[in-house]
Design a protein around this ligand. Structure first.
Ligand code: SF4
Length: 242
């Protein structure tokens, strides 16, 4: 049986992630808590890059709930039509903007319950807003974090909520505020879904994954293959223009 991840392992794990990226940030574009909330709602089953492309111009004209409500559903739908599930998302953003104006004086509430009561806002979105906008030590478990937590053995769980609770228990307090960003970035760029980049992974020795990938020796052998006599271009000469 694999040895469970200890608190000490978790300490080393996050110390390395922090050394690699001392100040991790969300890759979503936003200018205030409201635009962060909207960006996270739009990012469900979409890439941050795709969301940013649509929100950069959108937030120039609608960066408050009142302005978004005034923009209206038809124009918002058009502005975000490149994002998956855009019709439903536009409906939710307009509805939540109206609620913020009517019940919260145009502000994003700090309370989880009030956030989760907004259309299109679930636990994960509320966790991102509480963490990024209000500095709370929450853990928003997305597909990347779910995979990394299970693969590494850091906090295995069958559901996002199991993983969230496990991570909150296991991660040392000093790392909790930024842990969500480190895990997302690690999952997005190193511990990727199909073929994790284990040979270059900085937590490889701590990771409990049984199917770690190895360096492609065939490729590196090819790179090191001796060049046949006469086939090499003379040093200092560049390829002639075509
Ligand atoms: S060693 Fe591989 S599986 Fe483990 S965390 Fe790193 S990339 Fe992911």
């Amino acid at each position: 049986m694999t040895k469970p991840f200890s608190k000490q392992d978790a300490e080393i794990f996050f110390a390395r992630l922090r050394a690699a990226i001392p100040e991790p940030k969300t890759e979503l574009h936003f200018v205030n808590p409201y635009t962060l909330l909207v960006a996270v709602v739009l990012s469900a089953q979409a890439t941050d890059k795709g969301v940013n492309k649509a929100t950069q111009p959108l937030f120039k004209v609608a960066d408050t709930p009142a302005k978004m409500a005034a923009l209206g559903e038809a124009r918002l739908t058009d502005a975000i039509k490149t994002i998956g599930l855009f019709r439903n998302k536009a409906k939710n953003v307009i509805a939540l903007s109206r609620i913020l104006v009517e019940r919260h004086a145009g502000e994003v509430p700090h309370e989880r319950e009030a956030l989760e009561a907004l259309p299109g806002v679930g636990r994960k979105t509320a966790n991102v807003v509480l963490n990024v906008a209000f500095g709370e030590k929450t853990m928003a478990v997305d597909t990347h974090i779910f995979r990394v937590a299970n693969r590494t053995g850091l906090a295995p769980g069958k559901t996002p909520r199991d993983v969230e609770d496990g991570l909150l228990r296991k991660i040392p307090d000093a790392y909790l505020l930024d842990a969500h960003h480190w895990l997302i970035l690690h999952g997005r760029y190193v511990c990727v879904a199909r073929q994790p980049k284990c040979p270059i992974c900085i937590v490889r020795d701590l990771c409990r994954y049984a199917h770690k990938t190895v360096a492609d020796t065939k490729k590196s052998l090819q790179l090191r293959k001796p060049v046949k006599a006469g086939s090499a271009r003379p040093r200092g000469k560049t390829r002639p223009p075509r």
